[in-house]
Design a protein. Structure first.
Length: 107
């Protein structure tokens, strides 16, 4: 199975957020770690896509007054999603291991 760059980043964030991943928390983590903004609808689209690919699962949290009685949908990574992230990391590391160490000294 192939992952796009955004899918990979969001899947990794779902792993890192360890049970606390929902649309806004993923978007905030994305902006913090990748230093790029992302629209919440884009995050939700990718989360749904990852769930459809059976790499994550979701469950609804409790309703809160702050959210007008609406529930948050929390996402967690499953074994297949984790195995895919490990595979992607191994592939990237193989290329990094054969890449030359370059030094761009400005002097």
């Amino acid at each position: 199975m192939e992952l796009g760059n955004l899918e990979e980043a969001i899947l990794l964030l779902v792993l890192a957020l360890d049970g606390k991943a929902y649309g806004i928390s993923v978007a905030e983590a994305y902006e913090e770690h990748f230093k790029r903004s992302i629209h919440i609808p884009s995050v939700h689209t990718v989360l749904r896509r990852l769930e459809k690919k059976k790499l994550i699962q979701s469950q609804e949290g409790g309703a809160t007054k702050e959210r007008g009685g609406r529930r948050k949908r929390y996402y967690t990574i499953n074994a297949e999603g984790y195995a895919l992230l490990v595979k992607v990391r191994e592939q990237r590391n193989k290329v990094w291991n054969i890449a030359p160490n370059l030094s761009f000294d400005n002097s």
